[in-house]
Write a protein that binds this ligand. Structure first.
Ligand code: NAP
Ligand code: F7E
Length: 362
């Protein structure tokens, strides 16, 4: 069949195309992997300043196209949509670390709120038939009035990040109602992985457990140990994003496991996995508590189960074990590398190379 050029062209044309903002982030890397497996042609918007931070997608670089751009800059987003001519746009770009949103509320709103409008505008201007996914968040529920939270639960965000996500969520609904764009929002509860940023509490804990077990770190400082979250695996959650854009009609979906654990339980489990008693190593630092805490979030994903036939695969215990194991592996690799350099003759070279390694770990 593929001997005939015309038919070959037809096959190429039919390959679906997706444009992903935030492709260098945790979810972006898993989504790119998933869509590549499904035969998609992938374009990823990457901030020019971010070229050195592509380690999460380094293994995919020959198989996807990087388009320079920034979601705060409408012309660059329009250009990216024009270049990619995608069937689907996934807007995952955000300033996503909640504590930073109090330090930089305006910058957070610029990316996490107004960036969504830029992406929707680009879709509307270039091709309103493009299907659009917005990465909404359980942080919109904040001080939730009911538990578990579902698609009807009222929003009460507790951080500038949560407030920005409410804007992004509502503007997505508005573009659907105003212009008929197939625009969906996934209200995703916390999802984690070995690729999670090192400042988020789960990764901070698994990395510390690994390093303490290997004798590379002495203590772990944490904030509120009593906060409770519904933690799932990022690899499962990107599957839900894709399913939303394959549905018959667009909508909002809560994506969650429905199981809640405290930070304290996460710590216990992680340290137990490396045979340590967490109480000997964890210190509570009041400076790590937040101006307004979200005490407990747990999601009800009944709608996603029913309409998208989506369900999480990785349970809490397996998630913690997976993250600790990979952090042990990474720490060992890093340490071995350091030892090799320390054994070399050139001290200057050793220091420079170590800095490169450190920078890549950040
Ligand atoms: P992440 O690891 O922090 O990734 C964020 C991505 O956004 C990075 O690729 C970052 O690029 C990019 N970005 C930041 N500012 C940008 C800008 N101005 N223009 C273009 N790209 C920009 O976040 P994640 O955990 O993968 O989450 C993905 C999305 O889901 C985010 O919108 C997040 O708010 C949302 N969400 C996450 C969770 C969760 O538990 N993970 C739950 C609910 C919702 P650089 O590499 O250049 O920094
Ligand atoms: O905090 C408590 C902290 O930063 C979880 C983002 O992906 O999920 C994430 O937001 C809890 C909070 O995630 C430390 O007070 C205690 O109650 O891992 P986190 P988050 O704030 O829930 C939502 C759904 C998103 O959308 C966000 O983008 O853990 N906590 N001690 C700590 N948190 C951190 N970071 N560091 C601590 O030392």
């Amino acid at each position: 069949m593929l001997d005939y050029p015309e038919e070959q062209d037809e096959v190429v044309r039919k390959r679906p195309k997706a444009l992903i903002t935030g492709i260098t982030g945790q979810d972006g890397s898993y989504l790119a992997e998933l869509l590549l497996k499904k035969g998609y042609q992938i374009y990823g918007i990457v901030r020019p300043s971010s070229v050195s931070r592509v380690e999460r997608i380094e293994h995919l670089l020959g198989r996807l196209s990087i388009v320079p751009g920034d979601v705060t800059d409408l012309p660059s987003v329009i250009r990216a949509v024009e270049v990619a001519q995608p069937d689907e746009v996934y807007n995952l770009a955000a300033q996503s670390f909640v504590p930073t949103s109090w330090q930089e509320p305006f910058a957070t709103a610029h990316v996490t709120a107004l960036g969504v409008t830029n992406c929707l505008e680009a879709v509307r201007v270039v091709n309103p038939a493009i299907r659009f996914y917005q990465a909404s968040s359980s942080e919109m529920f904040g001080n939730a009035q009911e538990s578990p939270q579902n698609e009807q639960t009222p929003f009460h965000p507790r951080s500038p990040y949560g407030v920005s996500k409410v804007y992004g969520h509502l503007i997505t609904v508005n573009y659907r109602e105003s212009y008929g764009i197939f625009a969906c929002s996934g209200i995703l509860f916390n999802h984690e992985s070995p690729r999670r940023g090192e400042d988020f509490v789960t990764r901070k804990i698994t990395r510390a457990a690994a390093r303490i077990a290997l004798g590379l770190q002495a203590k772990l400082q944490l904030g509120n140990l009593e906060a409770k979250r519904d933690w799932g695996f990022a690899g499962d959650y990107v599957e839900a994003m894709w399913r939303m854009l394959q549905a018959e009609s667009p909508g909002e979906y809560v994506i969650a496991t429905g199981v809640v654990h405290s930070v304290r339980e996460f710590v216990e489990k992680a340290f137990e996995h490396v045979d340590l008693d967490w109480r000997e190593f964890v210190e509570v630092d009041p400076r790590l508590t937040r101006p307004a805490e979200v005490h407990c979030l747990v999601g009800d994903a009944t709608k996603a189960r029913r309409e998208l036939r989506w369900a999480p695969r990785v349970a809490f215990e397996a998630l913690v074990d997976m993250m600790v194991d990979q952090d042990v592996e990474k720490a060992e690799k890093h340490e071995n590398l350091g030892r090799r350099y320390r054994g070399s003759n050139s001290l200057k070279e050793t220091e420079e190379e170590s800095q490169v390694v450190d920078a890549r770990q950040r």
